[in-house]
Write a protein that binds this ligand. Structure first.
Ligand code: BGC
Length: 676
């Protein structure tokens, strides 16, 4: 059984035959593994590899961080394209760009000879303070899934596995190794699970990463209900679950992880030491059948990524190409959000400006090579100052003194230092550092034409300075081309195209997770008392005015909405119905609008949010151009998760269909009656 085979002998084995059916290859290889070799495959080696089974010619399966480019720490310091972080990509509201990103990042993973990228990260933004918000997409479950599914599709189209993380409710870094997220089934179903579920049902995700934290008292990596029952049995996941790095350390036992369906323990063996696995088997706490089920999943993904197959049969690799850099820039251009533009101070006119002052701590700061496990090492990073120098060369002088300039641009915000937007800890404060607030206000006094560009990955407090500033741009961490994209937007070569994927509160205590210390940061437990009222669902329903609402973002042009039509006013259980609206670019520049459709249930036996995003479309329009946008809806879009009957349910009655330019800028509305 365990004899050593020559390379030529290995080549003749059925699992080596790429023409053979995938499941047959898996079955054949599994049948050749000794028990010891199966144990070997259960845990990692050298931080980002599985252990090889040399006897059968099985190399290490290699994983790299993730999520917005290859991590140098997990790739022997490889240089790679630094793509905009997830929050910026989500702010594009452009699923096509998500897919292009997925394809490009996978080509880079293949280029370094790896098989899986540890991303996308699709945890919901529950609190503005979560240190990893920049790595996550949004507060809204629909936008989350719409932007996550194409990433997974794009990555896997290149035969590289995506690893959707961190499953689930790792919504804060504070106490992440010990805290239990106490969350209702309804909130799980309506808010936290949808993107994870969609990456399985719609994109066939090949891997999931189990989280560090507990969910309702059970660690993610040993959570049978979440892994075995929901992910595998209900959603039909055929890939494998890997632990977050050392996340098994605190789990109760070897058998609880094996029986929950956790295939791979990373980065080294803790609960999956051979001795422990053997003992669990001998004591009947696990069966070889269960072990096999877990191993099969890893073998399947190994075959799916073309692991054993001839190089010529797998997609082409490439890295740091002009094409990838162009995708990075495009995402930056589409994701940067114009928040304020009093008296149309923007865009700037390159022909009339003589001198601009460029100041602030983030003006010339590179951001990519920091941030915990999501750090990247790009071949270059265009800082905002560099981008402005590129743009202004021989046309506008760049100085540092606000008083001698025609206008000032202050680059403020956060960075990836511990206590800001970074892994391992949450943000220390909702405020900008006090010296930045002083700088902004002092500069605004010296020069009333002071524009603030924020570089950060989660909302910051702006009250106390924004009133004094005519224009504010949210530029996120927008990748290695950020500086060029920012300059293009400031000077109007690009008309802002981004919309906020999160709510910006006026003050932290307005935010639903910040009602008490029980709801954040918690201690052993953090209580998600707000239930489904996360993000704008909370602000709308409680009638709290945010500083900037979900879905908001200005353009240098304007859009008019009219002619709302619904094809059915009365909708029955199996009906699909269509809503259409005309959108016209009513300004004088080409631009893009994200038309957002929200649904409101007028009367329901359970509390429902004032509105929920159900569908959106981003459309590009030339000045004066009009397009009809068509949205398709069905019963599920009217439904809530009924905890009593454990199913989705729509109740009969009137629903409002709200169409707007943001969650708080509803332009048109109509009603339908759901007949059941
Ligand atoms: C992070 C993961 C990351 C892993 C490997 C963990 O600390 O939570 O997101 O993929 O490390 O670097």
């Amino acid at each position: 059984m365990n004899e050593k085979l020559s390379n030529n002998e290995i080549k003749t084995l059925p699992f080596m035959d790429s023409n053979l059916d995938l499941e047959k290859r898996v079955e054949d290889l599994l049948g050749r593994l000794t028990l010891k070799e199966k144990f070997t495959l259960c845990s990692g080696k050298r931080s980002f590899y599985t252990k090889p089974i040399r006897r059968l010619g099985i190399r290490s399966f290699k994983m790299t961080d993730g999520p917005h480019g290859i991590g140098p720490h997990s790739s022997k310091n490889a240089e790679c394209t630094y793509f905009p972080t997830a929050i910026c990509r989500a702010a594009t509201w452009n699923p096509e760009l998500s897919e292009q990103f997925g394809v490009a990042v996978a080509q880079e993973v293949r280029d370094i000879g790896y098989h899986m990228i540890l991303g996308p990260g699709v945890n919901i933004h529950r609190t503005p303070l979560c240190g990893r918000n920049f790595e996550y997409q949004t507060e809204d479950p629909y936008l989350n899934k719409k932007m996550a599914v194409p990433v997974v599709k794009g990555v896997q189209s290149q035969k590289i596995a995506a690893c959707v993380k961190h499953y689930i409710c790792n919504n804060q870094e504070m106490n992440r190794f010990t805290v239990s997220s106490e969350v209702s089934e309804r909130a799980l179903q309506e808010i936290y699970l949808p993107a994870f579920e969609a990456t399985v049902r719609e994109a066939d995700a090949w891997s999931f990463m189990g989280c560090y934290n507990k969910v309702n008292g059970i660690y993610g990596c040993e959570h049978k209900n979440l892994i075995k029952e929901k992910l595998m049995e209900e959603w039909g996941f055929r890939g494998f679950v890997v632990s977050d790095w050392i996340a098994t350390a605190k789990t109760t036992s070897t058998e609880s992880c094996i029986n929950a369906g956790l295939t791979l323990e990373m980065p080294v063996q803790i609960k999956y030491k051979k001795k422990l696995l053997k003992q669990a088997l001998l004591e009947g706490k696990i069966t070889e059948e269960t072990l096999n089920e877990n191993i099969i999943r890893l073998l399947r993904v190994m075959f799916l990524v073309g692991f054993i197959d001839d190089e010529s049969s797998i997609p082409q690799a490439s890295r740091n190409t002009p094409e990838h850099q162009a995708i990075s820039r495009k995402i930056a251009e589409e994701g940067i959000v114009l928040l304020k533009n009093k008296n149309n101070i923007l865009p700037l006119n390159i022909d009339t400006l003589k001198k601009i002052a460029v100041i602030g701590p983030n003006a010339d700061k590179k951001m990519g090579e920091d941030g915990g496990s999501s750090q990247v090492r790009p071949p270059y990073e265009i800082t905002p100052l560099q981008g402005l120098k590129n743009k202004c060369r021989n046309k506008v002088e760049i100085v540092i003194s606000p008083s001698e300039a025609d206008l000032v641009i202050v680059f403020a915000g956060l960075n990836h230092k511990k206590g800001m937007d970074s892994e391992h800890a949450d943000r220390d404060s909702f405020d900008l550092p006090s010296e930045q607030i002083e700088l902004i206000n002092k500069t605004a006094q010296e020069n009333h034409k002071t524009i603030v560009v924020l570089i950060n990955g989660s909302p910051v407090n702006m009250v106390g300075w924004i009133e004094n500033i005519p224009a504010v741009i949210e530029a996120w961490y927008a990748g290695q081309e950020a500086g060029n994209a920012i300059a293009d937007i400031l000077f109007g070569d690009v008309n802002p195209l981004g919309k906020l994927p999160i709510t910006f509160p006026k003050k932290l205590s307005d935010s639903p997770a910040h009602v008490s210390t029980r709801t954040y940061p918690g201690n052993e437990k953090v209580f998600y008392d707000e239930g489904i009222f996360v993000g704008y669902r909370h602000f709308d329903t409680k009638n709290i005015k945010p500083l900037f609402s979900f879905g908001y973002g200005l353009s240098y042009t304007t859009f008019a909405y009219d002619n709302l039509k619904i094809d059915k006013k009365k909708v029955s259980e199996d009906d699909k119905f269509t809503v259409s609206v005309d959108i016209t670019n009513s300004g004088d520049r080409a631009g893009a609008e994200v038309a957002q459709l929200y649904v409101q249930d007028i009367e329901c036996s359970v509390d429902r949010p004032l509105k929920e995003l159900k569908v959106f479309k981003k459309i590009k329009l030339e000045p004066g151009e009009k397009k009809t946008v068509i949205f398709k809806l069905e019963k599920r879009d009217l439904s809530f998760f009924d905890e009593i009957n454990n199913c989705w349910k729509a109740e009969k009655g009137i629903f409002k269909i709200l169409i707007g330019s943001s969650s708080r800028d509803i332009r048109l509305q109509a009603e339908i009656e759901y007949l059941g």
